[in-house]
Design a protein around this ligand. Structure first.
Ligand code: MN
Length: 271
C-alpha cells in the first residue's frame, strides 16, 4: 500500500472520532451519538409533523418520548410550532421536567404534563398533548367521550376530565396551563389507568406504549369526537361495549403501523 493510501485509510478511521469530538465540543450531549436515541429523535420529528398534518396540533401542542437510555428522562422539542420541529430542536428533560445539559433554549411551559405522566405511568413511553376543537366540548359538558367505532377502542378505558381548579391550591383561578409539577401530578391522577384524559377548557392528553401508537390514539381521539358529535345530532348514539372496545383496540393498534407509514408520507409530501 502506498504512503498516500495509508494516510487516507488512517484519516478515514479517525474521521468518526473527530466528528464525535467536534459535535461534543459544540454542546451536543454524548448520548445523542447513541443509535437508539437518534432513531427516537427522528421518530419524534416525524410524529410532530404528522400531528400537525392531521390537525391534532396547530401552533401549539407537543409530543414527548421516554429516553431509551434513562427511563426517568424524556425527550421533547423546545418551545416551537410542531410543524417546524427538527431533530436539533429536541431537548432532554429529567424526571422533574428540568432541562438536562447545557441547552439554554426555552422549553414548553407545559412540560410538566409529560414529566408527571412519565413518573406516574411506567408503562407509558410517549405522551401527546393538544387542543383539538372537536375534543374540547367533551371536557366542558356532561356528555362523555366514548368509543363510537373500532378505531378508537382505546377510549373504552375511560376518558376522565381533569379539573385544574382541583389541583391549583388556594388560588383556583389559573391561566389553564399545566405549568407546574403540582398541576402535572393532578393531571396524572385524573388520567389514572386510562389512555386519554380530557382537560376542562383546554384540550386533551393521550398516552401510549410507543410514539406511533400515541400518535394513533391522538388522531383517533379527535376523529371519535367528531363522529360522536355528529351522531349526537341524530339521536342517542350506540357505543362500543367494553368488550368490543378492548378487542377492537387490540386488533387496530396491531395494525397502526399502516396509518403511521401513510401519515408519515403525507406529512413529508406536504413539506
Ligand atoms: Mn396546552
Amino acid at each position: 500500500m502506498s504512503k498516500i493510501r495509508v494516510s487516507i485509510a488512517i484519516a478515514a478511521c479517525l474521521l468518526p472520532a473527530v466528528l464525535a469530538c467536534s459535535a461534543h465540543a459544540a454542546g451536543v450531549p454524548a448520548n445523542r451519538q447513541d443509535p437508539k436515541v437518534q432513531a427516537l429523535l427522528e421518530e419524534l420529528v416525524v410524529a410532530n409533523h404528522i400531528l400537525y398534518a392531521q390537525g391534532v396540533v396547530d401552533g401549539f401542542g407537543h409530543i414527548s418520548a421516554r429516553s431509551p437510555l434513562d427511563p426517568t428522562h424524556f425527550f421533547m422539542s423546545r418551545s416551537l410550532a410542531p410543524s417546524a420541529v427538527t431533530a436539533g430542536d429536541i431537548q432532554e428533560f429529567d424526571a422533574e421536567g428540568n432541562l438536562v445539559g447545557e441547552d439554554k433554549r426555552a422549553p414548553y411551559a407545559e412540560r410538566f404534563i409529560h414529566s408527571e405522566l412519565f413518573k406516574a405511568r411506567p408503562d407509558v413511553m410517549s405522551v401527546v398533548h393538544g387542543h383539538s376543537p372537536s375534543v374540547i366540548p367533551y371536557g366542558i359538558s356532561h356528555v362523555p367521550l366514548r368509543p363510537v367505532f373500532h378505531m378508537s377502542g382505546f377510549l373504552g378505558a375511560g376518558t376522565p376530565i381533569f379539573e385544574i381548579r382541583n389541583s391549583a391550591g388556594t388560588e383556583p383561578d389559573t391561566d389553564m396551563l399545566v405549568k407546574s409539577p403540582r398541576l402535572g401530578a393532578g393531571l396524572a391522577q385524573a388520567l389514572g389507568k386510562s389512555s386519554v384524559v380530557l382537560m376542562r377548557g383546554h384540550g386533551f392528553t393521550a398516552v401510549a406504549y410507543s410514539v406511533p401508537v400515541a400518535v394513533f390514539r391522538a388522531v383517533y381521539t379527535d376523529t371519535n369526537a367528531r363522529i360522536e358529535s355528529e351522531a349526537l345530532k341524530l339521536g342517542r348514539p350506540q357505543f362500543l361495549s367494553e368488550e368490543e372496545a378492548l378487542l377492537a383496540q387490540t386488533s387496530m393498534e396491531r395494525l397502526s403501523v399502516r396509518s403511521w407509514d401513510m401519515w408519515k408520507a403525507q406529512a413529508a409530501a406536504a413539506k
